[in-house]
Design a protein around this ligand. Structure first.
Ligand code: SIN
Length: 339
């Protein structure tokens, strides 16, 4: 009888243990409860995009109590340009943030961000991205199974080359690396150069082995990837904008619970405001570092040279603007600078 009582007592104890609230250690949460999103990008962790991705991941982890984790793969270690969009569509990766130029393969109207000498400053770019034009591009991507979550900046591009680039004739026959975008291609064809589309991760090797003679990029990309050290001349042209769309696979986004979506989006809004601020600061700081390099000859475009470049390049706007509905055409013309 005593043995019987002991058995009943043990069973009762075991039952009570089963009912006790479980202590939650989020690092040990089961994969079913934890949400892990993979974020792949092609630039350095130290770039404005890389830093913002890290901040977003850290804040989301904290705010979700460790339930939502964004794992970041920088430097094209997971997917390179030309691979990452496909990987996103297939759901192999959940988040990417490509340069808007690289989205022209899906909708050529993304080329509006590439227009040379069209934006006077970042404020004008933000007006475009945060207004009805940005909204139309979001809608177009949604139809292709991709959700645009935010627009991030890098900044304005400058030119690097193995020869001085001051007058239009200096571009003749110059092989210049571009991101794969029709407007960027036309920009250099109009200048008499030979545009060579290459993915970001191929640029260093192409410059080193003289497969290309030059390129266009922002100070932060040129500095963090040391491209400028392979070139002798830099022209401060600020001729075009480079920015990003933060993208998520749409089916995946819709499959997330409401609370997770809210944490991701609310946090991203804050991070985007911060990202735009630090992108501006970092490009200024990295440009100062490039200017300090004794091995580089820097040329600031004179107003006369700029005028000559603009006369050739600004008309490219007429190839993109008519692709938008009439009401947005006037919106774009109000923001940008065609005179
Ligand atoms: C990037 O900033 O994501 C890459 C830009 C480039 O391909 O030059």
């Amino acid at each position: 009888m005593v043995r019987g009582l002991l058995v009943v007592l043990s069973l009762l104890l075991l039952g009570l243990q089963g009912c006790a609230p479980k202590a939650v250690d989020f690092e040990q949460t089961s994969p079913k409860e934890k949400i892990v999103l993979t974020f792949s990008h092609v630039v350095s962790d130290a770039s404005p995009k890389g830093r913002a991705a890290r901040l977003w991941a850290d804040l989301v982890y904290q705010r979700s109590g460790g339930r939502v984790e964004i794992k970041i793969y920088p430097n094209g270690t997971l997917y390179k340009d030309g691979e990452e969009l496909e990987a996103l569509k297939k759901g192999y990766v959940q988040i990417i943030a490509p340069a808007t130029s690289k989205l022209t393969s899906l909708d050529s109207r993304w080329g509006v961000f590439d227009l040379p000498f069209f934006f006077n400053d970042l404020e004008q770019v933000h007006q475009l991205a945060d207004g009805p034009v940005g909204e139309l591009l979001r809608k177009s991507m949604r139809e292709k199974g991709i959700e645009v979550l935010a627009y991030w900046d890098n900044g304005f591009k400058i030119l690097t080359a193995d020869r001085p680039l001051e007058n239009l004739k200096d571009f003749q026959g110059l092989k210049i690396r571009i991101m794969d975008s029709p407007i960027l291609k036309k920009q250099f064809l109009k200048l008499g150069a030979i545009p060579v589309p290459l993915s970001f991760n191929e640029v260093f090797e192409a410059l080193e082995n003289k497969k290309v003679n030059g390129g266009e990029n922002t100070p932060s990309n040129l500095y963090s990837k040391k491209f400028y050290q392979l070139q002798s001349y830099v022209t401060i042209s600020n001729h075009g904008y480079l920015g990003y769309a933060v993208l998520m696979n749409r089916d995946y986004f819709n499959s997330l619970d409401q609370e997770t979506r809210k944490i991701l989006l609310d946090t991203l809004k804050e991070v985007t405001a911060w990202q735009r601020k630090i992108a501006l600061e970092q490009n200024a700081a990295d440009l100062a570092r490039i200017r300090n390099d004794q091995n580089i000859k820097i040329h600031d475009l004179t107003p006369e040279e700029k005028e000559a470049w603009q006369a050739v390049l600004k008309p490219l706007a007429y190839e993109i603007i008519p692709l938008f509905p009439k009401n947005l055409q006037s919106e774009i013309l109000k923001i940008g600078n065609l005179n």
